[in-house]
Design a protein around this ligand. Structure first.
Ligand code: ZN
Ligand code: ZN
Ligand code: ZN
Ligand code: ZN
Ligand code: ZN
Ligand code: ZN
Length: 242
């Protein structure tokens, strides 16, 4: 994209400043929530905004998303909780928290919120766990995951044919992300954080989503879903997680 102008909609009040983050920088990107250390970005210190160049370049002011086809979603910033608005926001797709100060895509009419990275998830995917048919992400109620046998959230991948195959987003790759998640929970338990297995079972799904998007077998589907324009974002994530 021949667009060097930091996009105005991220910060309506100020021009974002081009920033090179040092190797020790602790800031993380308010779009993809991943580290900025050693990378180029744009920031506003007054508004506490930090963005990867790749994220600021790829994500637009509005987007349409298959999981909420009725309305256009608008980039919005999650407010910090206050006495007047104590609400904690979460992503309607992956159910993880939307961090205060971070950006989400929101339908203002329906209060539907989704992480920017989650809008890159392909609607249709082919999983090694069920190579016979395409899987489609659909909303549904109840049921258990065909891989990990734990209960499913509303949004899950199901067989597009007529097979009874239903999978978590983070189980669909058939790799060991589930046991990694359990490892995280075990670590949290070991430090005595809390034993709540309903809330704490998959504590770092945003990392799981990022890793999901990076899987070589899925990059083709992700690139198709983003018209190839998401590649710089994937490259940033790859530099952080690989
Ligand atoms: Zn980013
Ligand atoms: Zn600002
Ligand atoms: Zn999400
Ligand atoms: Zn809506
Ligand atoms: Zn599962
Ligand atoms: Zn099938």
């Amino acid at each position: 994209m021949a667009d060097d102008q930091p996009r105005r909609f991220f910060d309506p009040l100020h021009q974002l400043v081009k920033t090179q983050y040092g190797p020790e920088a602790g800031a993380s990107c308010d779009i993809c929530l991943s580290k900025l250390a050693g990378l180029g970005g744009h920031s506003c210190s007054a508004c506490n905004i930090d963005l990867h160049d790749a994220c600021a370049g790829y994500f637009k002011e509005t987007t349409s998303f298959f999981a909420h086809p009725w309305h256009t979603l608008k980039l919005s910033r999650i407010p910090h909780p206050s006495a007047s608005s104590p609400v904690r926001w979460s992503c309607d797709l992956c159910l993880e928290e939307c961090r205060p100060g971070s950006f989400v895509y929101r339908c203002i009419q329906c209060l539907f919120d989704v992480h920017p990275l989650c809008t890159m998830l392909p609607q249709t995917i082919r999983s090694p766990l069920h190579p016979e048919h395409d899987l489609r992400m659909v909303p549904s109620g109840g049921n258990y995951c065909s891989a990990c046998e734990k209960s499913l959230p509303v949004w899950r991948y199901v067989c597009g044919g007529h097979c009874v195959v239903r999978l978590h987003i983070d189980c669909v790759s058939g790799e060991t992300t589930t046991s990694a998640g359990q490892g995280d929970a075990a670590a949290a338990d070991a430090t005595g954080a809390n034993g709540s297995h309903t809330a704490g079972r998959r504590p770092r799904r945003r990392t799981v989503i990022a890793k999901f998007l990076l899987k070589t077998s899925f990059r083709i589907a992700v690139n198709a879903a983003t018209g190839g324009l998401g590649s710089p974002v994937l490259d940033v994530l790859a530099a952080i997680f690989n």
